[in-house]
Design a binder for this molecule. Sequence first.
Ligand code: ZN
Length: 411
Amino acid sequence: MTSLAVLHASQLITLRGPRRPRVGTELSVLGIIHNGGMLVRDGEIERVGPSDEMEKNVGDADVVDAGGHVVMPGFVDAHTHLVFAGNRLDDFERRARGETYEEIAKAGGGIRSTVEKTRAASELELLTQAKKHANWLLSCGTTTVEAKSGYGLTVEDELKILRVMRQLKEEVPLEIVPTFLGAHAVPRELSPDEYLDVVITEMLPRVTAEKLAEFCDVFCERGYFNIDQSRKILSTAKKLGLRLRGHVDQLTNSGGAKLMAEMGATTADHLEQTDEQGIAALKKANVQPVLLPGSVYALGSSRYPRSREMIEAGLAIVLATDFNPGSSPTPSMPMVLSLACTQMKMSPAEAITASTVNAAHSVNQGDRIGSLEPRKLANFVIFDCEDYRELAYWFGMPQTNSVYVRGDRVV
Ligand SMILES: [Zn+2]
């Protein structure tokens, strides 16, 4: 392995600080070093400091001149549906004509249409498409993703998706944290109770025996899995040693946030409809909210989650793309930063903390990634701007200059 000296960052966004997710006013503290630099050895960060100080210790390291640009940790995208076949262009056009998500699902679109295509695809076909998605994510400055199954809905097809993720990890530099989301929808061929039984008695034991996932997730929503069904799945997963996440309170306030608190989940995701009782429950149980403004935007809704109230309540907020073919076809964290600032009234600094260090903790990787500090992995991005606020300000335009994973340039 080689050594690397990164010099002359206009702003080195370190996010150094306590080894836990940031809350309240801490979300605004980016630990910026102006004209900053960083020494990297064997894929890990060795030193961080003023550029001239780093320059004295370059030794035989390869020099990366950041040229007066922003250098920051790679984004950690804590909620994606990375592996699927095909796309949902027809749904997209129907929505443009004014049909709702639920109407489109009833008419044969929605999650089930992606399920049909994903079942029909071979592992190699899924892997090929997933590699394309992984490269999109990397080119937007994301170096770690949480990735969910959920477009198989049979034992073999769910395992197939999780195995594709494991193979993908070997073939692309993107770091992947796998989540089992068998309870994403009820397949056409089974009743809700029959499918629940398959998830609990067949899928979960296989997934854990083959160590294919670190987390278990459920889509707790009207027409998908209700509170009781979700509780059964999550408690089984917990007993089998998985950590918990959940799609909750997206389209209706069904008490999903409270359920995630009751289950001691790591995250509660979406939360567009969550009220103050839900927020209080999350706080009490230390659950991290994962907010997904890309899906609100792409569904043409204006009901964004109550991020300011969540921050004021002391929640360790996370932002993610929800990258998926139906409700959020974007791999771009900079786009999510733009939405967080313009639609959810978060500051650019809060949005960056939520999508790096806080997101890292939400995928149980807070000790290894999410900030630029000694002994963390050298996963960082150089952006073509001088001020970090430009990332959220200029939107719809790529600003990635280069991306490094474990000290190797990958974009
Ligand atoms: Zn999702």
